[in-house]
Ligand binder design. Sequence first.
Ligand SMILES: [Zn+2]
Ligand SMILES: [Zn+2]
Length: 261
Amino acid sequence: MSIPIDAHVHSHFSVDSQATIMAMCQAAVDAGLSAICFAEHMDLNPNDEGYGFFRYAAYSHAIDAAREAFAGRLTVLKGVEFGEPHLYPREVEWANGEDLDVIIAGIHWIDDRFVGDRTLHAAYGVAQDPRPLWERYYADMLHAVRSGGFDVLAHLDLPKRYLGSGYAQTPLIDEILTEVMSAGIVLEINTSPLRKGVEACAPDLDLLRRYVAIGGRRVTVGSDAHAPNEVAAGWMQAAGLVEATGVASVGAHTGRRFRPW
Ligand SMILES: [Zn+2]
Ligand SMILES: [Zn+2]
């Protein structure tokens, strides 16, 4: 199978990317995709270097220009990515009132520190036992999913990008996936760990099997590209996961509604 849409990329409207929207769109066309979805960071933690960085009006203009430039060749979708949406209800409410194709959310920060931050790892004693950090991470994710207001749950086991391996021995995961299902949230397969020296997407095969086992049928696939050469990166592995688990529907949201792509 081939996956024709990259449902999670960033541009310079996110603080950690230099890429223009046009360059990312061109990369999608070059990769043979028919659609791309931008998911710019809503960095709302005051400790985040991107705090206050996002400019929605300029972003919307850039998306409109790309839609015009790539008309007939590429569908350009406009989204945002929240970290810790349960902590920022006013901003989530704002996003729900805007003309967005999709609102993606995930957990990037725990206790006011980024999940990749070594001081956070030290505080949790990760070198001795990574479980307390993972338990806290998944507990926060359950809060986020219960608070809702978004369409896609991003990178289910993100901390493995920084810890090297995942952790799945907690009932919190099934609680999260069950809540995802009942809230109509779609699970994302994020290929970015493959570019950080980890040999699996987020979620990995076992986690995705758990999603399917409790009835999960819909996924998006996102590279989390921050540069043109990362668009559609890891696509073979993502397609392998979809095939191995029998997920029925790979797609994306337009106007906040999921459809197979
Ligand atoms: Zn993210
Ligand atoms: Zn992202």
